[in-house]
Design a protein around this ligand. Structure first.
Ligand SMILES: *Cc1c(COP(=O)(O)O)cnc(C)c1O
Length: 437
């Protein structure tokens, strides 16, 4: 299958090229040239398939032309060494728990898939491949852990100094080996800007093999469709969907996760309504209301993985629906929550149901509570484990009430190793050039 750029100013490329390059030459984002629909019979029987089996069927629709079936199965099954189950929160609201992977956030799925796909494509390449990744918290840890120890690949994680939690930081600064953490004196948008500039820098690209592992990479973003199908299958299996419509709410920052869901919808997954839940970084919420898309610098919130002022994947949403505000505002309903509201939601849901949401999932829950009618069942994406945000969550529900999972405790014991950089591009470039000497 070919991949085109959302800016449509550069020739189409192969899957391999899209994965290795990350960003198109005209600064656009790659999109698959066609989105194949499943037959209705697939959805009639989907409840009989396991998560891995479903994911493999979805993966074949995307990657089946480009990767041998047995290899693709191996990559999918090896990526999904953990489950993405649904948990009941209320009679009509379910949590799609995406925190059972190694770093306890949904980005493990895409990052692990991408690491395996890249390794498959690059095989025994002579030159070291440099993966550049900007993170607002969870991407860095998922990518670093997804690539840890993979031969021939070095990962450089850029993160905004002082703007990620201690637990998040420990997950990508303590690994060593082929992982370097770069602490940037700036915001997440500054980090993202450095990475984007590096990809467009001819001199740098002549000397180094650079690739991106941000959610803009098709190898990370498309596999996120897997768990939307699984959520539907598991609710159908439980009989919860009998006679009801399926609604999905996605706590959104860079909008990669939601875009993957929208693509699942285009493949035939029967989703009645998608919801985008935002924090105070609400440029898409404003667009849905007014039709005006105006990016802004991000502001800090307690749902910090959604602190994005210029969401990269919005270009994909525009492309998917032919830039029609009418279509997009029908496909996606927008909600936004202040920090105070997010705290109140965490508290309310915990008191009333015993379920503990993280600050991102809380936005997803509340948007469903507001949106759903009695003929609908909703799933919100619980994008990270609440223990990744212990400081915030314990301020709401009381100290000592969030148990630290063993996987997280292990990271906290490691020693932090990172290099401090300013947000100036020349400084970053010199650093990258120095690694090739
Ligand atoms: C990355 C992240 C988000 C935002 O996902 P996007 O795909 O960037 O919209 C939401 N919640 C958590 C916990 C995340 O790590």
């Amino acid at each position: 299958m070919k991949y085109y750029s959302t800016n449509k100013n550069t020739p189409d490329v192969s899957l391999k090229e899209a994965v290795v390059k990350g960003l198109a030459a005209d600064n656009g984002l790659f999109m698959p040239e066609k989105i194949e629909r499943f037959e209705p019979s697939f959805f009639e029987n989907i409840q009989n398939l396991t998560f891995q089996e479903i994911a493999f069927e979805v993966a074949k629709k995307f990657f089946g032309d480009d990767i041998e079936e047995s290899k693709l199965r191996e990559i999918v099954y090896d990526t999904l060494q953990f489950d993405c189950p649904v948990a009941k929160v209320t009679d009509s609201i379910y949590s799609l728990e995406l925190f059972h992977g190694p770093t306890l956030a949904f980005k493990d799925v895409g990052a692990r898939f991408m690491a395996r796909l890249l390794q498959h494509f690059l095989g025994k390449q002579e030159k070291l491949v440099n993966v550049l990744v900007a993170t607002s918290g969870d991407t860095g840890s998922a990518v670093a852990n997804g690539f840890l120890g993979v031969d021939g690949i070095h990962v450089h994680v850029l993160y905004p100094k002082g703007k990620v939690s201690l637990i998040q930081e420990s997950q990508f600064t303590t690994l060593g080996q082929n992982i370097t953490a770069l602490e940037v004196d700036g915001t997440f948008d500054d980090c993202q800007h450095l990475v984007k500039t590096a990809f467009l820098d001819k001199e740098l690209n002549d000397k180094l093999v650079l690739t991106s592992a941000n959610s803009i990479n098709v190898a990370r973003f498309l596999p996120q469709a897997f768990y939307y199908f699984n959520a539907y299958a598991r609710l159908k299996e439980n009989g919860v969907l009998d006679g009801k419509d399926f609604v999905v709410s996605v706590p959104s920052g860079n909008f990669g996760n939601l875009t993957a869901g929208l693509i699942a919808g285009e493949m035939g997954l029967p989703v009645k309504q998608f919801i985008a839940a935002n924090n105070a970084n609400d440029v898409v919420f404003e667009y849905l209301k007014s039709g005006n898309y105006k990016t802004r610098p991000s502001v800090e919130t307690i749902a910090n993985a959604m602190d994005v002022g210029a969401p990269s994947n919005f270009a994909r949403i525009l492309d998917l629906f032919d830039h029609s505000h009418k279509t997009i505002s029908e496909k996606i309903k927008g909600y936004r929550y202040s920090d105070d509201e997010i705290r109140q939601i965490i508290d309310k849901v915990y008191q009333e149901t015993g379920y503990l949401c993280d600050p991102h999932g809380a936005c997803g829950f509340e948007s469903l509570a507001d949106f759903l009618n009695e003929n609908q069942v909703g799933v919100f994406l619980e994008t990270a484990h609440p223990a990744k945000f212990t400081e915030t969550v314990e301020k709401v529900i009381g100290k000592g009430n969030v148990a630290l999972p063993e996987k997280l405790a292990a990271f906290m014991k490691g020693k932090k190793q990172s290099s401090l950089l300013t947000k100036e591009y020349e400084v970053f470039k010199d650093y990258l050039l120095s690694t090739s000497e």
